[in-house]
Design a protein around this ligand. Structure first.
Ligand SMILES: NC(=O)c1ccc[n+]([C@@H]2O[C@H](COP(=O)([O-])OP(=O)(O)OC[C@H]3O[C@@H](n4cnc5c(N)ncnc54)[C@H](OP(=O)(O)O)[C@@H]3O)[C@@H](O)[C@H]2O)c1
Length: 283
């Protein structure tokens, strides 16, 4: 049995479908079964638990040989934070997996490090360290920013900051292909796989591309840096937006891609075109 924590999310939903298609038994962990209703008939089991509460995930581990962590606490319902979900929640998951002898595939972020200006990146790094120090066999998949998420956030043509800083974006469907490999190929244990997309794009370029695809003509609105700086002390997302506007987030996807030449590498326009008609973001 494979347990997917975060199986109700953007990446998790695609992963659960792929694993089920392979005939693998999949159990999805969610805090609210209503959020897993779209997985009825896809996942074998839906179980309720919160990674912040170790006791609540013990039952979910029964009979599990591999745990995928695709959770995030950067945004979303339930007063989540990177510290409680990405750092401490992942530590709980790893410890619970180790207790039943299950392998762990951890979703992390390209650039995760102890001295990153982004709280989320520091929390992911802490999770990686906890996993490496555990007795569990592991694979870490680090991805750059999901294009589909940003298409949703930019449902209205809005750019945070100046928008002229190049950033690597990847299609979530490409990331899920690598995660699927990490789940199904034990030879990838002990490896860190970094996945990025073929292009480094600025938010201004992304906004222009989205307008082009959506046939919009309105002016792209900018939230100026001074506004972000004013909100930053109180809002994690504003702090992250400032960092994305000012630090190097480019990535050369060649290394991991060379190891997975049969997996797709979707360009930005194709990925963004596929997001037409998706529901709006809660950002
Ligand atoms: N989005 C990106 O740009 C990006 C980039 C690099 C890496 N990643 C990583 O890729 C993974 C998937 O990202 P995503 O964008 O697909 O995520 P998402 O759509 O935002 O989904 C988040 C998932 O986390 C679960 N979750 C949150 N708090 C939880 C808690 N306390 N207990 C249990 N589950 C909890 C949610 O489950 P319920 O609400 O059902 O409980 C949901 O399934 C994450 O690990 C993320 O950090 C994302």
């Amino acid at each position: 049995m494979i347990l997917v924590a975060g199986g109700t999310g953007r990446l998790g939903t695609l992963l659960v479908a792929r694993l089920a298609k392979r005939g693998l038994d999949v159990r999805v962990l969610t805090r609210d079964p209503a959020r897993a209703s779209h997985l009825d008939g896809v996942a074998n089991q839906i179980v309720v638990g919160d990674v912040r509460d170790r006791a609540s995930i013990e039952d979910a581990m029964r009979g599990v040989h591999l745990v995928v962590s695709a959770v995030q606490g950067f945004t979303g319902p339930g007063r989540v934070t990177p510290a409680t979900v990405d750092r401490d929640g992942n530590a709980n998951l790893v410890d619970a997996a180790a207790a039943v002898g299950a392998d762990v595939v951890l979703l992390s972020i390209v650039g995760a490090s102890t001295d990153s200006p982004m709280e989320l990146f520091r929390a992911k790094h802490a999770a990686e360290q906890h996993l490496r120090a555990s007795a569990t066999s592991w694979t870490i998949v680090r991805a750059t920013a999901f294009m589909e998420l940003w298409a949703q956030i930019m449902a209205k043509p809005i750019v945070f900051g100046r928008g002229d800083n190049p950033i690597n974006f990847v299609s979530v469907s490409d990331v899920v292909g690598v995660v699927e490999r990490a789940v199904t190929e034990p030879s990838l244990r002990g490896q860190v796989l970094e996945v990025g997309g073929p292009q480094n794009l600025t938010f201004n370029e992304l906004a222009t591309m989205l307008q082009d695809i959506r046939g919009g003509r309105g002016k792209v609105r900018h939230v100026p840096r001074w506004v972000l700086r004013t909100i930053a002390p109180f809002a994690l997302q504003a702090r992250a937006a400032l960092t994305m506007d000012t630090t190097d987030l480019t990535f050369d996807a060649a290394t991991t891609r060379a190891a997975f030449t049969d997996l797709p590498m979707t360009d930005a326009r194709t990925a963004l075109s596929g997001t037409q008609g998706e529901p709006q973001s809660h950002f």
